[in-house]
Design a binder for this molecule. Structure first.
Ligand SMILES: Nc1ncnc2c1ncn2[C@@H]1O[C@H](COP(=O)(O)OP(=O)(O)OP(=O)(O)O)[C@@H](O)[C@H]1O
Ligand SMILES: [Mg+2]
Length: 191
């Protein structure tokens, strides 16, 4: 995302914000897709840097001074469950679960729901799931209906909904990333 949005990751980044060295407001870069706090590869090592008491609240605290300035703050999380994901789940109001439209990815959703349990119990009791969003969906494929049904079932089990909107499988996604544009500006007619 940092690259696609044309943001630079060689100055103030999310890691500095999380360790408290930099204020979130000072790390925001303005781009055509909104303000962005860039991530660098070093962020992957966060579990080793962020170890002190209250470590789950670092992001929540860092975003507190700026949250009133934005309608939406979107926090992207890594696939692995670690301190970054816990910080994101603690700081946010609700979760959108993007899931690749295949059986294995869908099975991963229930694992995420398990991770949310201790967060709800200890650090963010009001946390809710907004819904499940199918990505790389091919409506014309034979399996698409089964995939959507399974996603629907999982959503029901988790007490949330499956968004009717999906993100389709499209080469334009990769092309937009390479040309560092948002999908809206790269392929405005893609529906
Ligand atoms: N709708 C799509 N159509 C075609 N290709 C896609 C689509 N969405 C994602 N991809 C491809 O899959 C790659 C991974 O996508 P993305 O980075 O959004 O996934 P992610 O789940 O966030 O990955 P990570 O877990 O590494 O953060 C992209 O670089 C892109 O090439
Ligand atoms: Mg990602």
């Amino acid at each position: 995302m940092t690259y696609t949005a044309g943001a630079k990751a060689d100055g103030a980044t999310a890691l500095g914000v999380l360790t408290g060295e930099i204020r979130a407001g000072d790390a925001i870069q303005k781009t055509g897709s909104g303000g962005i706090i860039p991530a660098s590869k070093a962020l992957a090592g966060a579990d080793a840097f962020i170890t002190d008491t209250g470590k789950e609240y670092r992001l929540k605290e860092a975003l507190e001074p700026i949250r009133g300035e934005y309608d939406y703050i979107i926090i992207d999380t890594p696939p692995a469950l670690g301190i970054l994901t816990i910080n994101a789940l603690t700081a946010c109001d609700s979760v959108i679960i993007p899931a690749q439209a295949d059986i294995y990815s869908l099975q991963g959703i229930e694992q995420l729901a398990e991770t949310m349990k201790p967060v709800k119990k200890y650090t963010n009791p009001d946390l809710t799931i907004e819904g499940i969003l199918l990505t790389r969906y091919s409506p014309r494929s034979v399996l698409s209906r089964e995939v959507a049904e399974l996603a629907q079932q999982i959503a029901g089990k988790l007490g949330t909904k499956l968004f009717r909107a999906t993100i389709r499988e499209a080469v334009a996604v990769k092309e937009a990333q390479i040309s560092q544009q948002s999908l809206y500006s790269y392929a405005p007619k893609l529906k």
